[in-house]
Design a protein around this ligand. Structure first.
Ligand code: GLN
Length: 480
């Protein structure tokens, strides 16, 4: 089989269709590298070898019988917060240890119907709270490219799996940057779709007005293939937009034009290029902008005047929603239960032992901002500022088609550093939370590496449902 670690999803599908290898052979080859990497990288919390091989055998049978499906026999990895029937689902929290999904999340059902094989569950920050994958209840993940460093988070396991060649493609979730930031740190493509374009049914909720599921892949084309399968209206998710699935992959039926970005204006939001930006990140982002210009784009400086309020606004909205969402983990219905004298004691003991420090910190913060007397001062005010932030983006998209910006203020930092400094971690989300607060679409594509070899991504942001233009620009700009 071709070099498995370099293989793309599109390449694998082509090999499967041409019968150069079977899904069982492909799945087995990936399982071998996954298992071998666990000691060093620890990208997975569960590897379902038996289940994956059975699904692969079924895919091979379907193909032999002449069936076709968009992802028939293609193995994918799922972040540990999305339900896949019969597989454990813990969101990397001890409180959900032993919990097995009784049903498929809509994204899993769609992937399954498209013929995908579920390899296993990728590690993440507990309940998707973090940017390092170090808050996982099951131990951290290491960056497979910038060794010794964080892979980013919270979808750090998915990013490490794809960046390290352990999976062809994975899904992640992005509440404030959790797909784009780890994609940037691990040198892969990560997409946060427009809010409501991909169903959240069957996903362990983090902050419901911000969460989106999206692809994490080696190429923009692979991300398009996955988007076309997982997107579209779902009656099971009340926030789902009444839209058909995207048709992004058909762009690849035609070769790239010589000036693929001709006629497109890219806005450079000046607030995203401020003082705290690492010089190498700045240089790589500016180089990407120059390449866009050479490919025909017009560059234009734009302003997002309320960008400076992004972090406080995000951390008020997200902790408020999170504290409500995590209330369901009470030791009665799901996962672990610590018995006590009475029901209240059982709640308290289960949550005290089952939840990690970051989850507790955010439950406290969220409960505080929602409590009577503080609700207006914090939660209500944050909602108003969120509206201003959304209007900033709408105004910017009046002056340009897409925005081009850095993903993170600095490259991946060493494991263990800043671990006891939550504010430091929160501040690193400054360039990603805006897209979630505004609900618009955004992605990260590789932009090169620092002198020390750490991958750095560049972010493209688009208006609500602007995925077509977003993927067109990403395809033209990706470094391969
Ligand atoms: N790093 C951000 C946080 O800690 C984003 C997390 C996410 O997108 N799930 O909240």
């Amino acid at each position: 089989m071709e070099e498995i670690k370099q293989m793309t999803l599109a390449g694998a599908l082509e090999g499967l269709r041409a019968k150069r290898f079977s899904s069982v052979e492909l799945t087995r080859a990936l399982l071998d590298v996954m298992v071998a990497s666990q000691k060093d990288i620890h990208a997975f919390v569960t590897i379902d070898a038996e289940g994956a091989l059975a699904q692969a055998a079924e895919a091979d049978r379907r193909r032999a019988a002449g069936e076709e499906a968009p992802l028939l026999g293609a193995p994918v990895a799922m972040k540990d917060n999305m339900g896949v029937a019969g597989q454990p689902c813990t969101a990397s929290s001890r409180i959900l240890e032993g919990y097995v999904s009784p049903y498929d999340a809509t994204v899993a059902a769609k992937l399954r119907a498209a013929g995908a094989v579920f390899l296993g569950r990728t590690n993440m920050d507990e309940f998707a709270l973090g940017s390092t994958t170090q808050t996982s209840g099951f131990g951290p993940t290491e960056n497979p490219v910038a060794r010794g460093c964080i892979p980013g988070g919270s979808s750090g396991g998915s990013a490490a799996a794809v960046g390290g060649g352990l999976a062809l493609a994975a899904l992640g979730t992005d509440t404030g940057g959790s797909i784009r930031q780890p994609a940037s740190h691990c040198g892969i493509v990560g997409v946060k779709p427009t809010y409501g374009l991909v169903s959240r049914y069957g996903i362990v909720a983090c902050a419901s007005s911000l969460d989106q599921v999206g692809p994490m892949t080696k190429t923009v084309e692979d991300a398009a293939l996955l988007m076309d399968v997982i997107s579209g209206h779902d009656p099971m998710d009340a926030t789902s937009l009444d839209r058909p699935p995207t048709r992004l992959a058909r762009q690849w039926e035609a070769p790239l034009a010589a000036q693929p970005l001709a006629g497109m204006t890219l806005g450079l939001p000046k607030e995203y290029f401020g003082d705290g930006l690492d010089p190498e990140v700045r240089a790589l982002t500016e180089a990407a902008a120059k390449r866009a210009e050479a490919l025909g784009a017009t560059l234009r400086e734009v302003s997002l005047p309320h960008a400076g309020y992004g972090i406080p606004t995000y951390y008020i909205c997200m902790t408020a929603e999170l504290s409500a969402n995590l209330a369901r983990f009470d030791g009665v219905r799901y996962g672990a239960r610590v018995p006590a004298e009475d029901v209240l004691g059982q709640y308290l003991e289960t949550r005290a032992r089952g939840l990690g420090a970051e989850a507790k910190r955010r439950i406290l913060l969220g409960t505080f901002v929602l409590s009577s007397g503080y609700y207006d001062a914090y939660y209500n005010r944050a909602q108003k500022v969120r509206t201003l932030i959304r209007r900033d983006f709408e105004a910017a998209y009046g002056a340009c088609d897409l925005l081009l910006a850095p993903v993170t203020p600095e490259p991946a930092w060493p494991l263990g550093v800043y671990q006891d400094d939550p504010i430091r971690n929160y501040l690193s989300d400054v360039l990603t939370v805006g897209a979630n607060l505004a609900g618009c679409c955004a992605l990260s594509i590789p932009a090169g590496a620092t002198a020390a070899g750490k991958p750095v991504g560049v972010q493209l942001l688009g208006p609500s449902l602007g995925e077509d233009a977003l993927f067109r620009a990403a395809r033209a700009l990706e470094l391969r």
